[in-house]
Design a protein around this ligand. Structure first.
Ligand SMILES: NC(=O)c1ccc[n+]([C@@H]2O[C@H](COP(=O)([O-])OP(=O)(O)OC[C@H]3O[C@@H](n4cnc5c(N)ncnc54)[C@H](OP(=O)(O)O)[C@@H]3O)[C@@H](O)[C@H]2O)c1
Length: 245
């Protein structure tokens, strides 16, 4: 039985999730990695092993499917029996004013950005608690958005799901932190990934927050003892308006 710390990282195929997985791999963690497509994950898994990860398991799951999300949690628990860090990162964006955005799009955002995190938290509580009991602490790191703290025009539905995610994790802390399990939400402004491509004619990617910035914060949160709870970290971009994405 390995002594490596173990993480489950969702949305690990690219962007912020891939960067967080790479940071943990460099520290020698064992990793469960998830997103929808197996092929991209298999490629990431090879890179993570080369970068220093111990065991890497690929567990595809679509976050819009509640049974698949439950299955992901069960497969991770079965494979590793341990979860030092649950990185809830898979998410989707959707732009549109309240006047225009169809409710079915809101529902999909909610499924991926809030319902799936809830299912993951609920399903993995036993593993998170037993890991904390055996090894001192376990952490949840959920990638939210600055729009969940400071609303942004055109991002009402997205921001609402991220505000819900932040609230969910704060309540989780009230309920679980005395068990050694605590959650940190990271709430960045625009990060240079595929998700922010729609905006790059206005804000060039090389002026956005980097995926490594977010990975650095996520990694830091995994280093805290059970006696420190870090509820929310806001990462904003330089300039005169710190409350804008
Ligand atoms: N980029 C930004 O400006 C920004 C700012 C603040 C917060 N965030 C948040 O950061 C997180 C990561 O986003 P990113 O910027 O890295 O975006 P990205 O490059 O588009 O990556 C999104 C990740 O989520 C996965 N994903 C999307 N829909 C999924 C679904 N239905 N089921 C399973 N996996 C799914 C994708 O995997 P597959 O497509 O391979 O399934 C991919 O791995 C998200 O929660 C996002 O809301 C992003």
């Amino acid at each position: 039985m390995s002594d490596n710390r173990v993480a489950l990282v969702t949305g690990a195929s690219r962007g912020i999730g891939a960067a967080i997985a790479a940071r943990l791999a460099a520290d020698g963690w064992d990793l469960g990695i998830s997103s929808r497509g197996r092929e991209a994950l298999e490629q990431r898994a090879d890179e993570l092993r080369d970068a220093g990860a111990g065991r890497v398991e690929v567990i595809p799951a679509d976050m819009t499917d509640p049974d698949a999300v439950e299955g992901l949690a069960a497969a991770h628990a079965e494979a590793f029996g341990r979860c030092d860090a649950l990185v809830i990162n898979a998410g989707m964006g959707q732009k549109g004013a309240v006047a225009d955005l169809p409710v079915r799009r809101f529902d999909r955002l909610y499924q991926v950005n809030v319902r799936a995190p809830y299912i993951l938290l609920q399903s993995l509580i036993p593993t998170l608690r037993s890991t904390a009991q055996a090894h001192g602490s376990s952490k949840v790191i959920a990638v939210a958005s600055i729009t969940g703290v400071y609303p942004e025009p055109q991002l009402s539905a997205y921001g609402a799901t991220k505000a819900a995610l932040i609230s969910l994790c704060e309540t989780f802390n009230l309920e679980e932190s005395l068990n050694g399990v605590s959650a940190t939400t990271i709430a960045p402004g625009y990060v240079d990934t595929d998700m922010s491509d729609w905006l790059k004619d206005k804000i060039p990617g090389d002026e956005m927050i980097t995926v490594d910035d977010v990975a650095t914060m996520a990694h830091a949160a995994t280093q805290l003892s059970r006696f420190a709870v870090l509820p929310n970290v806001i990462l904003t971009r330089p300039g005169a308006n710190l409350h804008r994405a």
